[in-house]
Design a protein around this ligand. Structure first.
Ligand SMILES: NC(=O)c1ccc[n+]([C@@H]2O[C@H](COP(=O)([O-])OP(=O)(O)OC[C@H]3O[C@@H](n4cnc5c(N)ncnc54)[C@H](O)[C@@H]3O)[C@@H](O)[C@H]2O)c1
Length: 326
């Protein structure tokens, strides 16, 4: 039998990283999570070793790449809260951009030449189109999106100098959970709609809706919600590809369908899982009105389709899991 290959997963103790680690472990890989536990949890790392470290620590990265004989990396470690990025731009630059630079330096030292990078729809900014494809101009309107764009550019530039292959995946709104394996999205402060809605229902709190005057179907923001298990599958497909072929490119990871905030709330109401009261607040700086992926480029190249991303499944899995941890 083929020996299992180690894959470095930076940010493997986080929400999306832990779902990827689980899927890797089911597919004959060993996920080696490298995480400083700033927003991740030790208990999310159950399918391979946890190396507690910061991606800014190039020496520790080099040591880990050598100790585990790593040939491919999935790089998720980042700070990713839009409002926080506005308050602490330098911190976001240091953690996300300098952190990625440090990882690229470690890759060079250890001759690792395959990288899958977690990017985001926030690199697009405010695009007035029904669906966004990868050819759109990249003009982020928040610092978080800006740091991810800087990472993308750095990866692209260094891939030519240091001769490595990469796939940058621009996820739209990750959501949903895996209640069977007891992993899901949880942060000290929930800022994402679905975890917040589930939590507020379970704790009898009202939900704030930011902005009602956007030029969208009902005035609230529209987002493309994609189940975290479908995102994990996209990484597996990307990994299998990059292990065999040369590639450098950026791809959208989304469903191609958009739901407004009020539509998501309506979906919760249809499921009859608890009372929801909302109140309206001013729109937040840095929130684009509408972000819907055109996911065709990734679908075609990697023969990938979503299986878990119906809005009701996303809501149900998040709610069931959150109820189990409260
Ligand atoms: N959640 C989404 O909807 C979404 C959408 C688009 C892109 N992304 C990207 O996906 C990735 C994972 O996001 P998530 O939602 O799982 O967030 P998360 O906060 O749950 O996971 C991030 C992980 O990275 C770790 N980390 C952060 N800085 C680090 C550092 N300097 N060194 C080592 N570890 C560090 C954290 O401890 C955490 O475990 C991020 O890069 C994020 O920008 C997320």
């Amino acid at each position: 039998m083929k020996t299992k290959q180690n894959i470095l997963v930076t940010g493997g103790a986080g929400y999306i990283g832990s779902h990827i680690a689980l899927l890797l472990s089911k597919n004959n890989y060993i996920p080696v999570s490298f995480d400083n536990l700033s927003s991740g949890r030790k208990n999310n790392v159950r399918w391979g070793p946890l190396i507690k470290g910061d991606i800014l620590d190039t020496r520790k990265l080099v040591e880990t790449l050598q100790d585990y004989n790593i040939s491919s990396i999935i790089h998720l470690a980042a700070k990713s809260q839009v409002a926080e990025s506005r308050k602490y731009p330098e911190l976001y630059y240091l953690n996300n951009v300098k952190g990625t630079e440090s990882l690229l330096e470690a890759m060079k030292k250890c001759k690792v030449n395959k990288l899958i990078f977690s990017s985001t729809a926030a690199v697009y900014g405010n695009i007035n189109k029904n669906k966004i494809n990868e050819k759109e101009l990249l003009k982020p309107i928040n610092n978080y999106g800006l740091t991810k764009l800087q990472c993308e550019n750095l990866i692209n530039k260094k891939s030519k100098i240091n001769n490595f292959n990469y796939i940058s995946l621009r996820y739209f709104n990750a959501a949903g959970a895996d209640p069977v394996n007891n992993i899901g999205e949880t942060h000290k402060r929930e800022t994402h709609l679905i975890p917040k809605l589930s939590k507020n229902i379970l704790t009898n709190k009202d939900l704030e809706v930011y902005g009602t005057n956007y030029k969208t179907k009902d005035g609230t923001c529209v987002r493309d919600f994609i189940h975290v298990k479908d995102i994990a599958k996209a990484h597996l497909k990307a990994l299998l590809y990059i292990e065999k072929y040369k590639i450098k490119g950026e791809y959208n990871i989304g469903t191609g369908k958009g739901f407004s905030i009020l539509e998501v709330i309506e979906e919760y109401r249809n499921l009859n899982i608890g009372k929801i009261s909302i109140f309206y607040k001013k729109s937040r700086i840095g929130d684009p009105p509408k972000l819907i992926a055109d996911p065709k480029k990734f679908q075609k190249k990697f023969n990938w389709t979503t299986k878990h991303s119906s809005i009701s499944n996303i809501i149900k899995t998040d709610f069931i899991w959150r109820k189990s941890i409260l």
